[in-house]
Design a protein around this ligand. Sequence first.
Ligand SMILES: Cc1cc2nc3c(=O)[nH]c(=O)nc-3n(C[C@H](O)[C@H](O)[C@H](O)COP(=O)(O)OP(=O)(O)OC[C@H]3O[C@@H](n4cnc5c(N)ncnc54)[C@H](O)[C@@H]3O)c2cc1C
Length: 312
Amino acid sequence: MKDFEYTAPATLRDAVKLLAEKGENARVLAGGTDLIVQMRGRRYQPERVVDIKKIPEVNELTFSPRKGLRIGAAVPCHIIYHNSDVIERYPGIVDAAMIIGGIQIQGRATLGGNLCNASPSADSIPALIAYGAIAEIQGPQGKRKIPVEEFCVSPGRNALQPGEMLVCIQIPQSKSNTGAHYLRFIPRNEMDIAVVGVGACVELAGRGKAQTFKRVRIALAAVGPTPIFASAAGASLEGQSVSEESILAAAEAAKSVAKPISDMRGPAEYRTHLVGVLTKRALIGAVKRARGEHVPNAVQEHESAHPVYTLS
Ligand SMILES: Cc1cc2nc3c(=O)[nH]c(=O)nc-3n(C[C@H](O)[C@H](O)[C@H](O)COP(=O)(O)OP(=O)(O)OC[C@H]3O[C@@H](n4cnc5c(N)ncnc54)[C@H](O)[C@@H]3O)c2cc1C
């Protein structure tokens, strides 16, 4: 690893100044679970590393009924999935945060780092897109906000300009009758990246057999150069009754926007098939949560179907 300057500013203003001075030759350090590996592997050889963990704004994890949830860019996964507001109101975020690496990784890894790393298989990004999350960015020119679905631009590259950093992720207040679920397929039990991941968030209208989908967002991981917002698949459900048939049609629509590659984790056809299976299950899990039914967190799909994924 090349020598580098380590800095740990205590304010956002200083962090942005330190980043802007070095442009492409500076990198933010949050948990370091990607960055340190990448520096050792020489993918990045920054002259300056800016550790953001001393900055108050990036350590914020707050919920308010008006503003929703703010997840600071340096808050590690284990703090997020133990937070009572997140557990109660944003279970799809818990699903994702609980399967990023193992317990040691979760002690350091942040959702901000997962997003900024812009991996197509990143587990938190489909859940964030499904919830309609917004990335709050600070740079030399001030503050700006962009929807998470526009944040990743190609594998490993995000929309941040030199000198900019992610400050927090904002997730809107989840309305009543809303539920979300994220799940992924990996071929074994622990410590692998998603072969496919799917996040879904649904808002339902009406009751019983007359229940319909009011608003639906679906996002996919590991089936394209960036995480994919399957907007048409979600929109196709809006106004439809909640049924296995309508969900299966949306799962087919999600398959049509997947653009997977074949690699050692599976051929493209297999991944496309999995998009259909996981979209159906993510939607059913989201519907159940919207109805107040229990769906376990952090479900990993192996070879066998999980019994929770049938509509009652
Ligand atoms: C053993 C192991 C298992 C893993 N398992 C998974 C898994 O199951 N699922 C998964 O999705 N990932 C996994 N990862 C990858 C990694 O842990 C996650 O992507 C993690 O969320 C990254 O967060 P971090 O805080 O450690 O990021 P860091 O390593 O600190 O940063 C990641 C990248 O984002 C940039 N960055 C970080 N924060 C900011 C910011 N605020 N503003 C601008 N740029 C920023 C950094 O410069 C760096 O390029 C695994 C990694 C390891 C080592």
